[in-house]
Write a protein that binds this ligand. Structure first.
Ligand code: ADE
Length: 239
């Protein structure tokens, strides 16, 4: 999968994308992350990318021309076609695991990192969609783009070592994940639940399922109404 990321601060991405699984996925050719400096596409003499808002008020607003030119250059580089073009901004659709799975089906994604003070409304028209990673305001779209790339990349086949991992993790069936334990069997007086050391696979699977449901009920009851529950799960919830 190919990500083209339009940003004013490509250096922000160096650390996060050069470590751990994302680094390995890039090295193995599962993932291409191409950082595009918006300023390189400014058609203006002093490479400006923003300007004061019409109508007055403070702050600088990202102009549409450099974004347009950067997108056209990417289109040309990608053989005349662009995947979805997504603007990261607080007004976008809320990013969820479901949306991550949807985006993971694409071969190419273009992410535009919004500007701390605002983007010209016509920048939005250049995008096919807008994503927000939560109801808070960041200084720019860069951290949000990193969140989207990370969440999508780990769903691509082969990126995580364990192929099963993305299917069972939190939100996969709309539930939070069950608790995990490893050694030691007793830590500060707290023991690993007996069922997990029983070797009884069906009982372990049922215990995990029920812990998952309980945890969701306590921490995120809003998710429970949307979760895929079996008749056995519903019976457990009624008890
Ligand atoms: N840019 C600034 N805040 C943001 C947010 N919450 N999500 C996505 N992009 C942003």
């Amino acid at each position: 999968m190919v990500f083209d990321i339009l940003t004013l601060f490509p250096e922000m991405f160096q650390g996060p994308f050069s470590a751990s699984q994302i680094k390995r996925a890039r090295e193995r050719g599962l993932l291409e992350i191409n950082l595009v400096n918006i300023r390189d596409y400014s058609p203006f003499k002093h490479r400006e990318v923003d300007d004061a808002p019409f109508g007055g008020g403070g702050g600088m607003i990202l102009r549409p021309e450099p974004i347009y030119l950067a997108l056209e250059a990417i289109r040309e580089r990608r053989g005349g076609k662009l995947g979805p073009v997504i603007l990261l901004c607080p007004q976008g659709e809320r990013f969820t695991q479901r949306l991550a799975w949807e985006l993971a089906r694409e071969e190419h994604l273009v992410l535009i990192c919004g500007h701390y003070e605002g983007v010209d409304e016509r920048v939005r028209r250049l995008a096919t969609g807008e994503i927000s990673i939560g109801d808070f305001v960041l200084t720019g779209g860069e951290l949000a783009a990193m969140v989207v790339v990370d969440a999508v990349a780990r769903l691509l086949p082969g990126v995580l070592g364990d192929e099963r991992a993305p299917v069972t993790d939190s939100f996969a069936g709309g539930l939070l994940e069950h608790p995990h334990y490893t050694r030691p069997r007793v830590f500060q007086g707290e023991e690993v639940p007996e069922v997990l050391t029983s070797g009884h696979h069906a009982r372990i699977a049922r215990w995990r399922r029920e812990e998952s449901i309980l945890r969701t009920l306590v921490r995120r009851p809003d998710l429970l109404s949307l979760a895929e529950l079996t008749e056995e799960d519903r019976k457990f919830l009624r008890e």
